[in-house]
Design a protein around this ligand. Structure first.
Ligand code: KET
Length: 397
């Protein structure tokens, strides 16, 4: 019956986590998946989120509406676009609570395929692998645009803008407003201005995936590109996630925002997004949605939460610094400054697939085959071991 079903080749991130879990070595270190761990190696629940969850308690939960919790949807728009953004006051932002950032990407991709079926989608080279998976799964042909420059450990900016200048109207460009996954290399605000000017002039559709809001500089600075795109009146989709910044990974809570030209079109878009939700999973998580709402709707708690996110951000930065200093001491001829320049949870190490395999086989240290290392998995207890192991692998000793 099922002999024609092709075997699943596995996922570059989630399948590696399975291998890690099955690894019996006690000193193993997981620097693969983008999850924040604290200095004790535990996944912490921010105090502000714990309080919000405690208020909900354990009780029967009715279904949320298809589009999710109304208050959360309003708070999410304010968080991403800024409290007073004209798109919000003019009631032209369609917001749907989603199953994490992945769910938002899927809803947006399905919507775009249905209503802009001729468009092609473009992802950065490289990007989070699932961008391709989700957009191809929605039926798109997916191309790549130039982004990361391994020589300079920076961005191929001229090539990127030249490429955008060739794209036809309504092409979909998937962008990372902050904390680029997997490279950790972001555009500057001035570069964003230039890119978004092209997006506007060529009438492209910007799909911004902001899964690491708060982990770069600040909430406002991390959202710069999103707010600028909304200011410019660009056709804008935003997939947001509370997985990382609220540590609500397993609750599956995030949201999709579509900034439209006017309230009437907003209603049309929202209606079709609701139809999309109903067809796939009917309605989102009540417990996750209420928890996130409980954080964002209380001004003092929201502020406390943002401060907690900044603590996570700063701990990651401290680990970057430590890794940079230790590696520089051990291999002074090599320039490791990229570890402190890159932002967000990830560092693109430049290690080859063979070196990555050696880290795993010989040292029980797990990073992605692409060379992406999750800095948020480092702590005072494992950083020396990781740095020493990395130094050996970098030196091919
Ligand atoms: N977008 C990006 C850029 C991203 O890195 C992730 C998750 C998501 C969306 C998905 O968010 P969620 O709210 O969990 O649906 N990335 C990490 C985990 C994963 O691969 O699923 C990672 O890159 O390790």
């Amino acid at each position: 019956m099922y002999q024609h079903v092709t075997p699943y080749l596995g996922d570059p991130i989630l399948s590696l986590v399975e291998t890690f879990v099955n690894d019996k070595r006690a000193h193993k270190v997981n620097l693969s998946i983008g999850i924040y761990f604290d200095n004790e190696g535990k996944m912490p629940l921010p105090e502000s989120v714990r309080k919000a969850a405690a208020e909900i308690g354990v009780k029967a939960q009715s279904y949320l509406p298809m589009e999710g919790h109304t208050g959360l949807r309003e708070e999410l728009a304010k968080l991403v676009l800024g409290d007073e953004h004209a798109a919000i006051t003019e009631k032209r932002v369609a917001v749907v609570q989603s199953l994490g950032g992945s769910g938002a990407l899927k809803l947006g991709a399905d919507f775009l395929k249905k209503w802009f079926g001729q468009s092609k989608a473009y992802i950065s080279a490289p990007t989070w692998d699932n961008h391709r998976g989700i957009f191809e799964g929605a039926g798109f042909e997916v191309g790549t645009y130039p982004y990361y420059d391994a020589q300079t450990i920076g961005i191929k900016f001229a090539e990127m803008t030249a490429f955008f200048n060739t794209l036809p109207e309504n092409s979909i460009v998937i962008l990372h407003p902050c904390c680029h996954n997997p490279t950790g290399v972001d555009l500057t605000p001035a570069q964003w201005d230039e890119v978004l000017e092209i997006v506007k002039t060529r009438k492209l559709i910007a799909f911004m995936d902001i899964a690491y809001l708060g982990f770069g500089d600040s909430f406002a600075e991390d959202a710069y590109a999103v707010r600028r795109a909304a200011d410019l009146g660009i056709a804008l989709f935003v997939s947001a996630s509370f997985s990382k910044n609220m540590s609500l990974y397993g609750e599956r809570v995030g949201g999709l925002l579509v900034v439209t030209p006017n309230e009437a079109e907003k209603e049309l878009v929202l209606g079709q997004l609701k139809a999309g939700v109903r067809r796939i999973y009917s309605s989102p998580s009540a417990h996750g949605g209420l928890t996130a709402y409980g954080v964002l709707s209380n001004p003092a708690r929201k502020q406390a939460w943002q401060a907690e996110v900044y603590q996570m951000r700063d701990r990651i930065k401290a680990m970057r610094q430590k890794l940079y200093e230790t590696l520089s001491q051990m291999l002074p001829e090599k320039d490791f400054s990229y570890f402190i320049k890159q932002r967000g949870m990830f560092s693109y190490t430049g290690l080859s697939p063979e070196q990555v395999q050696r880290l795993q086989d010989e040292f029980a240290i797990y990073i992605l085959q692409s060379g992406r290392l999750c800095v948020a998995g480092l702590n005072d207890g494992n950083i020396d071991y990781v740095a020493q192991s990395l130094a050996k692998v970098f030196a091919n000793q």
